[in-house]
Design a protein around this ligand. Structure first.
Ligand code: NCD
Length: 355
């Protein structure tokens, strides 16, 4: 992967590139800077981040370790710019900043910011970058995070943008925590390689699936199964990326067969906030795409059930007590991997690994 930055390319050229080429431009001074796409993470980086997250998790258990971590970025501040609802991603980023001693500021509602007075997004992020050293942002607008990253990289005060969910498109840090959860779940079973991952639910509008499917391309032999009603099946770009890398995959409506074949079942909710007519989701019968206690009998002994959460009725609470249900652990992993990510962006990972 090249070590180019967004300063090296005009916006009009950049915006036309396919995502795999865009992902080459996320560096600054030869180091990881912006986090915009799942595509930008290669296998060595995924291994490194997982290793670092585990080291952080262990260190944070002791007072000395926690104090060391909290000293590492005490001289930096992070801005959380979340104009789309969020509980876990917001709080886990907040907690991750606290672990590293980074104070945070936030805008969670455009109605309380000067954007309502007509200020452009560009001016808003330049304002944030005057006070903060990183901007972690979630937006309903696809492509906004990359636009903001380009704008900031081309100012005299570039600060990293971390995409915490953009439109229906990308959720790269969710994919990192999902990979970390899979790494941990399969660490005594030969790793993620060769496993079968079944995605279930609204695969059309769920950005977590697109991002995780992309990251799984880094693991040889992984088979992906996409289980959804026809109207909510994943978009063609997801399959094109798998085709281009020779990854085996299957599209199906047969949830029982997929659950029986899977090493990991990744459940997702119906993303009806994207309905254009408010009825599309209601018209699709999704009852056959819910994981209930009955599926536990079909699921392999060593398999796991994941969910990015929030859940509705696609994942029964009857499943929560089963040791194969890892979604609560998955959620906590999100905090540790985000600490690892921030430490990497700010170049303090070696001060964690070396202790
Ligand atoms: C997901 C999201 O925002 O895309 N939530 C999350 O970050 N854990 C999934 C969802 O909202 O369904």
């Amino acid at each position: 992967m090249g070590k180019k930055g967004l300063r090296d390319i005009a916006w009009t050229s950049f915006v036309k590139l396919p995502v795999e080429r865009k992902a080459e431009f996320v560096h600054e001074d030869g180091r990881l800077f912006h986090v915009l796409y799942a595509r930008q993470f290669d296998r060595p980086m995924l291994d490194e981040l997982g290793h670092l997250a585990t080291r952080i998790r262990t260190l944070a258990k002791s007072r000395e370790g926690a104090m060391h971590l909290a000293s590492l970025l005490a001289h930096k501040r992070a801005m959380l710019y979340f104009t789309q609802p969020s509980t876990r991603t917001f709080l886990s980023f907040c907690a991750a900043c606290q672990v590293l001693g980074m104070p945070t500021g936030e805008v969670r509602d455009r109605a309380t910011s000067s954007e309502l007075k007509g200020e452009s997004n560009e001016d808003s992020v330049r304002t944030f970058s005057s006070y903060y050293d990183a901007i972690i942002m979630r937006s309903p607008e696809q492509g906004l995070a990359e636009r903001m990253a380009w704008v900031l990289s081309n100012t005299s005060r570039p600060v990293p943008i971390v995409n915490a969910g953009s439109g229906k498109d990308q959720h790269p840090t969710q994919a990192l925590l999902d990979i970390y959860t899979l790494q941990r779940s399969f660490e005594n079973r030969g790793g993620i390689e060769g496993k079968t991952v079944a995605f279930v639910g609204d695969l059309k509008r769920g950005r977590t699936v697109r991002s995780l499917s992309t990251l799984l391309i880094n693991y040889p032999g992984v088979r992906q199964i996409f289980v959804a009603p026809d109207a909510l099946q994943a978009e063609p770009d997801v399959f094109a990326a798998l085709d281009a890398s020779g990854v085996p995959y299957e599209r199906t409506r047969d949830m029982d067969a997929a659950v029986a074949a899977a090493d990991a079942v990744y459940m997702t909710r119906i993303q009806d906030e994207w309905d254009e007519s408010k009825e599309e989701s209601a018209r699709t019968d999704t009852r056959a795409f819910a994981f209930t206690a009955r599926h536990l009998d079909l699921l392999g002994r060593d398999a796991v059930v994941m969910h990015p959460l929030p859940r509705r009725d696609e994942l029964s609470t009857d499943v929560d007590g089963d040791p194969r249900a890892v979604y609560w652990r998955q959620m906590r992993n999100g905090m540790w991997i985000r600490v690892a990510l921030l430490a990497t962006i700010f170049g303090v990972a070696e001060q964690i690994d070396g202790v």
